[in-house]
Design a protein around this ligand. Structure first.
Ligand code: HEM
Length: 146
């Protein structure tokens, strides 16, 4: 696709930030997992934390562990302060490419197929149960009256 933006976006991280911003695929982020280049994803945004590695109050190690991947869960688990969240902006370089944003799922738009399935099972099982009990009761009553 011609709309994909790749490596070119690296030229000026903070200075060039057009609305919408550059986007990076998760594969591109995954390559940046070293002390000389450390990127991570937080809430769908891509951060270059290389200059922050040795300044991180939580230590360089934890950042390097998360580098190259989506660190949202770990970041939130720590319960970072408002100050920490405000610092994020300095390291923002772009967003995760839309093709990588949504979790893998059925590629049929507007049709929650699996949900419908579970509704059916939710109703069918009790209805079948009631029917079976009804039949058993009828046979029992027939047996008694004959
Ligand atoms: C650009 C991203 C990040 C920034 C700007 C950042 C910033 C900070 C700051 C300012 C603190 C001091 C405490 C606070 O103010 O909340 C901190 C602590 C900490 N951070 Fe991060 N952090 C980032 C990413 C991460 C990630 C991905 C992890 C992964 C586990 C992490 C783990 C920790 C830990 C363990 C502490 C120490 C908490 C404590 O001592 O109670 N941080 N971080």
């Amino acid at each position: 696709m011609g709309t994909e933006r790749r490596e070119g976006a690296q030229a000026g991280p903070a200075s060039q930030r057009p609305p919408g911003g550059p986007t990076f695929t998760l594969a591109e982020v995954a390559k940046r997992n070293t002390p000389s280049e450390a990127w991570l994803v937080l809430h769908g945004r891509v951060y270059d934390v290389t200059p922050f590695l040795h300044e991180h109050p939580g230590g360089e190690e934890v950042l390097l562990e998360q580098a190259g991947r989506d660190a949202t869960e770990s970041f939130e688990d720590v319960g970072h302060s408002v100050d920490a969240r405000e610092m994020l902006d300095q390291y923002l370089i772009g967003e995760v490419h839309p093709s990588d944003c949504k979790p893998e799922g059925p590629k049929v738009p507007g049709k929650p197929a699996s949900n419908e399935d579970s509704v059916w099972t939710m109703w069918l099982i009790p209805i079948l149960g009631v029917l079976i009990l009804g039949f058993m009761y009828r046979y029992y009553m027939d047996g008694r009256s004959s």
